[in-house]
Ligand binder design. Structure first.
Ligand code: NAP
Length: 394
């Protein structure tokens, strides 16, 4: 038997093809083809730089092998192979496991970690269209959601898929490939956008979906998307994401925390409940941070959603003459509500938006949980294992 090696792998079912790991790896050990993002066992030196940057935890897969899986094998996978039984290795395998576990424990110090789907979530379809075989959508509508004065342009873009089947669940993302090439002359990689409409379409029973896109200064894909006109064709990959999903159980309680366009999946969650479970016993509570009311996507429609369906805490950071407030600050103000939800096994937590919010939100959860004698890290890890704790930040 060759000396065993703990091979670093990526779960193709859960990976959302954001390519952040590939861009982060200092050794260029991570690469992709039209289908999958994979790790080259010959180059990976277990530096773990890619672990905390992965928004889904799909990067955190390991198999002890005597012959590493080749790149070609990994490119062909739809899901990961099971760990093979390597028999008695005289303690070598166990020692190897301990070494990697110690490195991983350090990399996992943040709030991130391997995510699981809610137990009652519907089974998502993933990776139906890839770079080599994208779907073609047509722009059916494009509307500015934020005021001219706010300075931020966020658009609601509706894509129609005609007779192509692109089934999505609330919380899933699709990839949009901007035309043209990057600075190195290579075709642009797709950028990911959360679908902001529910599974039965932006308009019920139409084969369409919506995206919530903010124009970023110098942003290749956001500029492309925000400049699109009605009828334009768009290349789409996906759908992606198998864990940041909504429970189908109407008694599940949803605690949703977002900033800016990170609200996209929560629009989909809310519309899903409105359409199929408006009288659900599980409540929905949202903490949503934006600079000002006129830069908060869907401010008007959101305010029309009844409080009995969705309890809204809209939080603003740049209202002149008013103290800056972030979502994590409002969570502390509403700590009794949150403490009660944390203690309830029906509660599912979703955090989506700016990477920078993660630490502050985590700290507020810790303060709130621990003030009621609940150990936060242990509570969070149980919730994550049960598919009740989800983070998607970029
Ligand atoms: P933004 O307008 O830059 O910020 C929204 C709010 O978050 C502002 O009030 C901002 O306050 C506040 N904020 C800044 N730092 C914070 C922190 N450390 N903790 C808590 N709040 C903080 O947001 P955006 O440009 O829309 O960005 C949203 C993010 O969501 C992006 O990173 C995007 O990639 C991600 N996302 C988007 C989608 C999608 O489908 N479009 C899906 C998932 C995630 P100040 O600026 O006043 O400090």
């Amino acid at each position: 038997m060759n000396k065993p090696l703990k091979q670093h792998l990526i779960d193709p079912e859960i990976c959302i093809r954001c390519y952040t790991c590939e861009m982060t790896c200092p050794l260029e050990a991570i690469t992709h083809d039209d289908n999958n993002v994979v790790v080259d066992a010959e180059k990976c030196n277990f530096c773990m730089d890619c672990i905390p940057v992965c928004p889904t935890g799909s990067i955190d897969e390991w198999r002890i092998v005597t012959t590493p899986y080749s790149l070609d094998e990994q490119f062909g996978w739809e899901d990961l192979p099971e760990q093979k039984d390597l028999g008695d290795s005289g303690g070598e395998v166990e020692a190897l496991d301990d070494t990697i576990e110690a490195l991983l424990a350090e990399a996992h110090k943040g709030a991130g970690g391997r995510s699981r789907a809610p137990a009652s979530a519907a089974k998502p379809t993933v990776n139906l269209y890839n770079l080599g075989k994208p779907a073609t959508a047509r722009v059916q509508g494009t509307y500015r959601l934020t005021s001219e004065e706010s300075g931020a342009e966020v658009r609601h873009i509706i894509l129609d898929f005609g007779n192509q089947s692109l089934p999505v669940l609330e919380g899933q993302s699709i990839g949009i490939t901007p035309p043209g090439v990057d600075a190195k002359g290579k075709p642009h990689l797709p950028r990911l956008y959360s679908v902001s409409s529910p599974r039965d379409g932006e308009r019920p029973h139409y084969n369409n979906l919506s995206l919530t896109v903010k124009r970023e200064d110098g942003g290749v894909c956001s500029t492309y998307l925000c400049d699109l006109k009605m009828g334009d064709e768009v290349k789409v990959t996906g759908p992606f994401g198998a864990t940041f999903l909504m429970p189908d159980d109407p008694s599940a309680r949803l605690l949703m925390i977002c900033t800016g366009t990170g609200s996209a999946p929560f629009r989909a969650f809310t519309m899903r409940r409105q359409r199929v479970a408006a009288g659900a016993s599980g409540d929905m509570v949202m903490f949503f941070g934006a600079r000002t009311p006129d830069s908060l996507p869907y401010f008007g429609p959101l305010n029309k959603v009844p409080e009995r369906l969705l309890k809204k805490h809209l939080v603003f950071s740049r209202i002149p003459g008013v103290a800056k407030e972030y979502v994590q600050d409002r969570m502390m103000v509403e700590q009794e509500v949150i403490a009660e939800m944390l203690a309830d096994p029906a509660t599912h937590i979703y955090i989506c938006g700016l990477k920078g919010m993660e630490q502050g939100v985590e700290q507020s959860f810790k303060n709130i949980a621990e003030s009621t004698g609940m150990p936060w890290e242990a509570t969070r890890d149980v919730m994550r294992d049960e598919g009740r704790y989800h983070v998607e930040t970029y």
